[in-house]
Design a protein around this ligand. Structure first.
Ligand code: GRG
Length: 296
């Protein structure tokens, strides 16, 4: 059956069904004060699309592993993502009041708790990667991959909000650098983690990595377009804020038409990157197509 690009692909729906209850379960497995657990739960179990963990599960399967092997890595990457959203929304950063259709954590539980619950999700992610289910080699690769993506995400956020990009970069290249670090690195990492869990060959891991990097950049350009064109109720967060805040975005820098062309070309490049994986990568191809056309 041919899948419509407008509806979330079956692989995403299946991943969400599997991951959603486990996010809560893993949080419950840690020894935490009740108020901190509540805040972390609020930050994590709240209707996110779960794109990153779905990619981890899919990439593991695509290289021949069982997706059960990738569950903890998938949850770890979503914890880091949720951490970044909580801190991104803080008054000292983006000062947002709505996230995933609900008041942001600092509105709900106060700023101090939001800072601390965000902080908490970082070590929890790494505890999950070192819980003994992965071999020592896998564990060291997983930890290094997630740590380096998180470092890049922080650097990307600094470039975006506080500056520091190399001065020789053009406006477009500077923006690409921001997007690749701030958003692309974690999406790419989600893919690579799946490949590592599935014990991918070097050639397959390289293909997965390239797919992830290209898809990650594409994801943020689509996000910029949604912020410009989407309705807040549909998106679940304030829209139009980027332009109002004078933020650098793809449509703001190269225009809407060129941004749409960039999305199309990255979607094709991501698809090409998958060629070493042959027909086994069909789920990733469909997922990528949906991500290029998503509206929230
Ligand atoms: C040290 C983890 C950490 C973070 C501190 C604040 C910060 C540095 C980084 C911010 C990174 C950030 C929020 C990038 C935006 C990425 C993005 C496109 C978010 C929206 O992702 P979706 O659409 O959201 O997948 P849902 O809600 O569906 O999960």
């Amino acid at each position: 059956m041919k899948q419509s690009i407008k509806t979330p692909p079956t692989a995403l729906l299946e991943a969400v069904e599997l991951i959603e209850p486990l996010l809560q379960k893993r949080l419950e497995s840690f020894d935490l004060p009740a108020n901190l657990y509540d805040a972390a739960s609020y930050a994590v179990v709240n209707g996110g699309k779960r794109v990153r963990p779905a990619l981890t599960l899919m990439c593991c399967e695509v290289v021949g592993g069982s997706r059960d092997l990738a569950i903890d890595a998938a949850i770890a990457v979503e914890f880091i993502h949720c951490f970044s959203l909580v801190h991104d929304d803080l008054p000292s950063i983006d000062n947002d009041e709505l996230r995933r259709g609900k008041p942001t954590l600092h509105i709900h539980a106060g700023e101090a708790m939001a800072v601390l619950a965000g902080d908490l999700l970082l070590p929890l992610a790494f505890e999950l990667l070192s819980n003994g289910q992965y071999t020592a080699t896998q564990q060291s690769k997983l930890v290094r991959t997630l740590a380096s993506a998180t470092r890049k995400m922080v650097a990307g956020q600094v470039y975006d909000t506080l500056g520091g990009l190399p001065e020789h970069l053009s406006a477009e290249d500077g923006l690409k650098e921001i997007h690749k670090n701030k958003t692309g690195a974690l999406i790419s990492c989600a893919c690579t983690l799946g490949g590592i869990c599935g014990k991918a060959s070097d050639a397959h891991l390289k293909a997965i990595q390239e797919f992830g990097e290209t898809t990650g950049l594409m994801f943020q350009i689509v996000d910029d377009l949604i912020d410009l064109q989407g309705e807040s109720e549909h998106v679940g967060k304030a829209t139009g804020k980027d332009a109002d805040a004078g933020k650098k975005t793809y449509p703001g820098t190269i225009g809407v038409e060129e941004s749409l062309c960039a999305v199309q070309s990255l979607q094709k490049r991501a698809e090409e990157a998958l060629s070493p994986l042959g027909n086994d990568a069909e789920t990733l191809r469909l997922f990528n197509l949906w991500m290029a056309h998503r509206t929230r």
